[in-house]
Design a protein around this ligand. Structure first.
Ligand code: HEM
Length: 232
């Protein structure tokens, strides 16, 4: 029996799948769109760079979570702190994954701000794109809260006291009852402690990534609907 050429196998598999669901058509529709010539100006690339950085954060974050332990333990013997030390010093390439996650988070904030500045500079927040600007503002807040929540996870002295300051500031939100409520929700007890670490971990690893992925989908649907804005 003649051995089929890999391309024949590929066509047969794709045809089999397409007979069951129009995968090729859906992927073509999602990926191929004519883009106006002006969109190759360098300043249109920053949103895409933000997207790539977020993808990188998700991938490196998943690798980190294989080893990170969100358990404060007792003073002087914290599984959370020890697990970060393990990732940094013992686990093969752990230092690299952690370093990429750390620097990615920093560069991400800068890139989001540059992207925002570009959108502002080209007046792209105006009608009909106001809703997409608002979605962007929520994503900006998500990125900031991701940084703040991630900062506590190593559970070292710097992280602990920095988070005390963060929560104190959040607790000053007016009116006083709202501030106190926010503080209670974030802190999970009378002081920054194990419950705070547990909450920040959940916010950092489950809640905010889910929200930002959903919002990116909405952001891109809006961009598809409006088309990219022309330079002024
Ligand atoms: C945080 C994650 C974000 C991602 C992944 C993202 C991604 C993108 C991408 C890929 C584009 C296409 C054009 C370009 O790249 O410049 C875009 C456009 C746009 N973004 Fe974002 N963005 C983010 C945050 C924001 C923020 C913070 C704002 C504003 C507050 C914003 C407002 C807009 C608007 C209004 C457009 C349409 C611009 C146009 O049509 O020229 N985005 N975004």
């Amino acid at each position: 029996m003649a051995i089929p050429h890999p391309r024949e196998i590929q066509t047969a598999v794709v045809d089999w799948l397409d007979d069951r669901y129009p995968f090729t058509k859906s992927v073509d529709e999602a990926l191929y769109q004519r883009v106006p010539n002006f969109a190759n100006a360098f300043y249109y690339c920053f949103g895409g760079m933000v997207f790539i950085l977020i993808a990188l954060q998700l991938v490196t974050g998943i690798f980190l979570s294989f080893y990170y332990v969100p358990d404060a333990g007792v003073p002087g013997n914290s599984p959370a702190y020890n697990s970060v030390l393990f990732i940094q010093n013992t686990q093969y390439l752990g230092w690299l994954i952690r370093g990429v996650h750390f620097w990615g988070a920093n560069i991400l904030i800068v890139m989001v701000l540059i992207h925002m500045a570009r959108v502002y500079w080209t007046g792209s927040y105006r009608a009909p794109r106001e809703l997409n600007w608002m979605v962007g503002v929520i994503m900006l807040l998500c990125v900031i809260f991701l940084s703040l929540s991630g900062y506590l996870l190593p559970w070292d002295t710097k992280a602990y006291f920095a988070t005390e300051v963060t929560i104190k500031i959040a607790g000053l939100a007016p009116p006083a009852q709202l501030g106190a409520f926010i503080r209670e929700v974030l802190q999970g007890g009378p002081v920054v402690g194990p419950a705070t670490l547990q909450r920040f971990f959940t916010i950092h690893v489950f809640l905010l990534p889910a929200v930002i992925v959903l919002l990116m989908y909405v952001h891109f649907r809006f961009i598809r609907a409006h088309g990219i804005s022309e330079p002024m």
